[in-house]
Design a protein around this ligand. Structure first.
Ligand code: SF4
Ligand code: SF4
Length: 186
């Protein structure tokens, strides 16, 4: 029997490499917005968008964080685009064991872009707003998904709500420390 379909809003940030000048404003605002006390500090190592910056080769590539993955992949290919050489990992959005990108620098916990979810909601994600070169543009589109896929997303949402409740009760540092220990044991 075919799987039942539903429509869902997909949020994406489109990236125009030609327009990015490597200013790193996107990293600054992302890390400030996600600081434990909002805007209390600016540490690009905590940003959920990172710049692959190779000025001598004129390479400026912003990538925003996707899902955590427990295993590193075999992707070690090189790509030549407009005469510039990129590593396969440069384009990858995963928080994975083979690199430090998209991990909290102290706890090692994976970071994932949440499109700057806030209450009340932002007009558009902050990295998009702060990118004065228009290298980043925000898009929402409707896509058909399987009902089963939606159920998995709800589970993720529930888990995040549960983690937030724990953080409210025991403090974020304590929960982060416990998760970091669990990750090390995996
Ligand atoms: S949308 Fe928000 S959370 Fe995602 S990378 Fe941009 S600033 Fe960071
Ligand atoms: S703010 Fe825009 S131009 Fe600056 S580094 Fe980020 S994507 Fe590139």
């Amino acid at each position: 029997m075919p799987m039942a379909k539903k429509t869902k809003t997909v949020k994406v940030i489109n990236i125009d490499l030609e327009k990015c000048n490597g200013c790193r404003a996107c990293e600054v605002i992302c890390s400030a917005f996600h600081a434990p006390d909002k805007y209390s500090l600016n540490n690009p190592a905590r940003s959920r968008i990172r710049m692959i910056r190779k000025p001598l080769d004129d390479i400026y590539l912003p990538v925003y964080a996707g899902e955590y993955t427990a295993a590193e992949c075999m992707g070690r290919d090189k790509y030549i685009i407009d005469g510039k050489e990129y590593d396969e990992c440069d384009f990858c959005r995963a928080s994975c064991p083979s690199r430090d990108a998209f991990k909290e620098p102290d706890s090692g916990l994976p970071l994932k872009c949440d499109m700057c979810e806030d209450d009340p909601p932002q007009e558009e994600p902050l990295c998009v707003k702060w990118c004065l070169s228009d290298a980043l543009t925000y898009e929402e589109r409707e896509e058909e998904i399987d009902e089963e896929e939606e159920e998995q997303e709800l589970t993720q949402e529930e888990m995040e709500r549960g983690l937030k409740a724990l953080a409210d009760k025991y403090g974020l540092d304590s929960v982060a420390g416990s998760l970091a220990r669990l990750l090390k044991k995996e």
